[in-house]
Ligand binder design. Structure first.
Ligand code: AP5
Ligand code: MG
Length: 211
C-alpha cells in the first residue's frame, strides 16, 4: 500500500504517518526527517538542505527527488510505504509517477490533512521533537516528564525551522507550490480530505476508516 500525506506545515502529517506505519507495518518516509538527520550528521546533503530549510524554503526538486528515489528502491519498501512531505511540487509529483512506474507500483491514497492557519501556528509553536522520531506538543501531547522523551528518555528539542519568521515562509511555500497538488491528485481520483482538527487519535480513526 502506498500512501501520500499532504497538508500544511504542522498539520499532523508526521504524527499520522507514525501511527499508520506501525498499524500497516510499512516504512514512514519523511523527506524532512531525512534532511534533518543529514544536517545533524553534517553530510554534503545536509549542508545543501540546511541553506533552504533554515529559511523555510523548499529544497530544490532534483535534490529531493534523488533521495526519495533511492529510499523507495530499498527492500523494505516492497510492500508499500508512507510518503510524508513528498511530493511537494508538481515537478516532484510527476517524478514520483516515473519512479513508481519503473517499480511497477501505484499510489493507493493521497490523504490531505486539512487544518486552519491558526492551528498550524499553535501546533508548530508548541512542538517538541525527539531524535528517535517521537513528536510532542507542550499542551496537546506533552511528554510525561517535562523535556524528556517518553519512549527513549533523551531530551526533546525545538526544531530550528519552528521560528515565527520561518513558519511564515514555510506557509507561503506551501500555498504556492504544494496546494496545487490537491487539484493534481483530485483529477487522478486519489485525493481524500481528512479533517485534521480533532485530537490525533480521532484523526487517525478517520484515516483508518477511509482506508
Ligand atoms: P517537513 O519536516 O516535512 O516539515 P513540514 O511540512 O513543514 O511539516 P511539519 O513536519 O512541520 O508538520 P507535520 O505536518 O509533520 O506535523 P506534526 O505531526 O509534526 O519539512 C521541513 C523542511 O524540509 C521544509 O520546510 C523544506 O525546506 C524541506 N523539505 C521537506 N520535504 C521537502 C520536499 N519534498 N521538497 C522540498 N523541500 C522539502 O505535528 C505538528 C505539531 O502538532 C506537533 O507538536 C504535534 O504533536 C501536534 N499535533 C499533531 N496532530 C495534532 C492534532 N490532531 N491535534 C493537536 N495537535 C496535533
Ligand atoms: Mg513532519
Amino acid at each position: 500500500m502506498i500512501i501520500i500525506l499532504l497538508g500544511a506545515p504542522g498539520s499532523g502529517k508526521g504524527t499520522q504517518a507514525k501511527m499508520l506505519s506501525s498499524k500497516f507495518n510499512i516504512p514512514h518516509i519523511s523527506t524532512g526527517d531525512i534532511f534533518r538527520r543529514n544536517i545533524k550528521e553534517n553530510t554534503l546533503l545536509g549542508k545543501k538542505a540546511k541553506m533552504y530549510i533554515d529559511k523555510g524554503q523548499l529544497v530544490p526538486d532534483e535534490v529531493t527527488c534523488e533521495i526519495v528515489d533511492d529510499r523507495i528502491n530499498m527492500d523494505d519498501c516492497r510492500n508499500g510505504f508512507i510518503l510524508d512531505g513528498f511530493p511537494r511540487t508538481i515537478f516532484q509529483a510527476n517524478e514520483l509517477e516515473n519512479m513508481l512506474q519503473k517499480l511497477q507500483l501505484e499510489i493507493n491514497y493521497v490523504l490531505n490533512i486539512v487544518v486552519t492557519n491558526q492551528s498550524v501556528i499553535t501546533r508548530i509553536s508548541g512542538r517538541r521533537m525527539c531524535n528517535c522520531g517521537q513528536i510532542y506538543h507542550i499542551d496537546r501531547n506533552p511528554t510525561k516528564i517535562d523535556g524528556i522523551c517518553d519512549v527513549c528518555g533523551e531530551a526533546t528539542y525545538i526544531r530550528d525551522d519552528d521560528q515565527p519568521k520561518t513558519i511564515k515562509t514555510r506557509l507561503q511555500a506551501y500555498h504556492q507550490a504544494t496546494k496545487p497538488l490537491e487539484d493534481y491528485y483530485l483529477k487522478k481520483g486519489l485525493l481524500i480530505n481528512i479533517d485534521g482538527e480533532p485530537a490525533p487519535k480521532e484523526v487517525f480513526n478517520e484515516v483508518v476508516t477511509v482506508i
